[in-house]
Design a protein around this ligand. Structure first.
Ligand code: ASP
Length: 583
């Protein structure tokens, strides 16, 4: 037996007990008369004390110990003279009587403490050591708790967990596929699922009614902090449901997770915002509603005063930053630089300061009289002490720029508290998105998304105006989930493929199996998928999803620990009938 207790559980009421512990050595402090050792395992840290009057064998073993050695100790629990209130075991220590080294360790390449000296790449290379650190370990434990709660909730609602295959063919989420060559079928490839979309729909045709799966998905996209080439979805589908039913169910799941993982009770219903309103008031289909600062459009009310920048603009809009009239020249310059960054591409920033003394100062007072400015301020709902920031130009670009500016102001004003959560549903997305380069429509969600029934008639006249029966769950400006009511009618599905520019043959060869299934009594159905890694990092208060994945990839999609991707041998290539072209 290696242990009677773990390193996180001994307390004052264990004092006097003989115990056995096993774990890793975090730290050794030799104070002469005694040596203190912090022993760590998954559950915590227990201080060990070795008296210098202990027998010679023990003292010699202790003198040979180093960081990260794995040891087993036997001893007595005693009350500490100087207590540590920062750790749960801080009132006791174990007076060591016997210590055996179970395994030695080389000196680790970075310190295994909450604050480490290891850089990103180094920690990724030795991920198993990084995982020993508290913050990373906690992230993985949080993920585990979340997954269990998801299963508990969905099981209680009658959902069944079904696994779907990983070696499949191209799925329609709009990213690039990862492909796997088939040895038994030379020249042919499987694709890894971008999502189990088609399979979950087939499960509905099969009559399973309520499905879920916590499942790996693969998309070959450029990576960002909240993207990994392989990521996990909580994937769900239900039959005989309308939008309202799906939203209710998954609002329920979200509230359950908040309650049982974060102990936060959300009693009110999630707000619903149409895509149109989200774009109009926040310039984004994933608005951060932890704070207001909605856009006010000024396009029609501010032109015609000789200011060419505004007069020639397709769109003019502003935000009002409460209490910021005192912003200095330098602060305004910083904001101007912020919107001019190439990622945002703003031409400039106009400000109106509503001074405390009732006067108005502005960067456009050459063109606008105090009365004009007061009228703009009234339209913006600005009060004494507020700062109005206005951007103008091409509509789409300006809305995006204003969105970034609003988020920046939200951050500067500490309105984006990580412990506050603002969930909402964004609904009524456009079904189709026009791509000017390709001169064709793309499905905004995916081609199985049903149009709003009253918009179906627009297929032949104005397809761009069709609203989708789709929805996204957004929390704190992060898209946490998305889904839709699906098309379950073969004709409508064919129509959709047509609008998307698929020939009948292409639709048949790519998705014939689904169209075929729809001939055999497909029930009305709909579903949703949550980005599980994002949800975990949101709950954990982090910006990156990496820490919530036990073995993540770096920004170039590499696993630097196992060094993958890597070339394969010529024999393997031959077996797969693949020739590599030399660059
Ligand atoms: N398959 C979709 C996605 O991965 C989600 C859904 O429509 O259920 O975004």
């Amino acid at each position: 037996m290696y242990r009677t207790h773990n390193c996180g559980e001994l307390r004052l009421n264990n004092v006097g007990q003989a115990v056995k512990l096993s774990g890793w050595i975090q730290k050794i402090r030799n104070l002469g008369a005694m040596t203190f050792i912090d022993l760590r395992d998954r559950y915590g840290i227990t201080q060990l004390m070795v008296d210098d009057k202990s027998d010679a064998d023990l003292l010699s073993t202790v003198s040979g110990l180093g960081r990260e050695f794995v040891v087993m100790v036997e001893g007595k629990v005693i009350e500490r003279s100087s207590k540590n209130s920062k750790i749960p075991t801080g009132e006791i220590e174990v007076k060591v009587e016997k210590l055996s080294v179970l395994n030695q360790s080389e000196i680790p390449p970075f310190t295994i403490e909450d604050d480490t000296d290891g850089g990103d790449e180094l920690r990724m290379k030795y991920r198993y050591l990084d995982l020993r650190r508290n913050p990373v370990k906690e992230a993985i434990l949080l993920r585990h708790r979340m997954a269990q709660e998801v299963r508990k909730y969905l099981d209680s609602k009658g959902f069944i967990e079904v696994e779907t295959p990983v070696l499949i063919k191209s799925t329609p989420e709009g990213a690039r596929d990862f492909v796997v060559p088939s040895r038994m079928n030379p020249g042919e490839f499987y694709a890894l699922p971008q999502s189990p979309q088609t399979f979950k729909q087939l499960l509905m045709v099969a009559g399973f009614d309520k499905y879920f799966q916590i499942v790996k998905c693969f998309r070959d996209e450029d990576l960002r902090a909240d993207r990994q080439p392989e990521f996990t979805q909580i994937d769900c589908e239900m039959s005989f449901v309308e939008r309202k039913d799906v939203l209710e169910n998954f609002e329920g799941l979200t509230k359950h997770l908040f309650k049982f993982v974060k102990n936060i009770d959300i009693t009110e219903s999630f707000q619903q915002l149409s895509y149109q309103d989200a774009m109009t008031y926040y310039g984004s289909d994933k608005p951060d509603l932890r704070f207001g600062m909605q856009f006010v459009e000024l396009t029609d009310s501010i032109k015609g005063k000789g200011f060419v920048v505004f007069d020639g603009a397709e769109y003019i809009g502003g935000i009002c930053a409460t209490g910021c009239a005192g912003y200095s020249r330098k602060q305004i310059d910083e904001l101007t630089e912020f919107v001019k960054r190439p990622q945002i591409g703003g031409k400039g920033l106009v400000y109106i300061k509503m001074e405390e003394d009732g006067s108005i100062k502005s960067s456009i007072d050459k063109f606008y009289s105090p009365e004009d400015l007061a009228a703009i301020a009234a339209k913006m709902g600005a009060k004494k002490g507020d700062l109005i920031l206005i951007m103008s130009g091409d509509k789409k670009k300006t809305l995006t720029g204003l969105c970034e500016l609003r988020l920046e102001m939200g951050s500067r004003l500490n309105l984006r508290d990580k412990n506050k959560f603002a969930p909402l549903w964004v609904v009524d997305f456009p079904l189709l998105e026009w791509d000017e380069d390709a001169k064709r429509f793309f499905a905004m969600h995916h081609p199985f998304t049903s149009p709003n029934p009253e918009d179906i008639k627009l297929f032949d006249t104005k397809p761009g105006d069709i609203r989708a029966n789709a929805y996204d769950l957004v929390i704190n400006g992060v898209e946490i989930g998305g889904g839709s009511i699906r098309i379950h009618d073969k004709q409508l599905q064919q129509k959709m493929f047509e609008v998307l520019g698929f020939t009948t043959e292409e639709a048949e060869s790519q998705f014939g199996f689904l169209l075929n299934a729809f001939k055999f009594g497909a029930p009305p159905h709909g579903g949703i998928a949550f980005g599980f890694d994002r949800l975990c990092s949101l709950f954990g208060g982090a910006d990156s999803i990496r820490d919530y994945i036990a073995f993540p990839k770096n920004n170039s999609g590499r696993d630097v620990m196992i060094n993958s991707p890597a070339p394969i041998s010529n024999e393997q290539l031959k077996e797969l009938s693949i020739d590599i072209k030399k660059a």
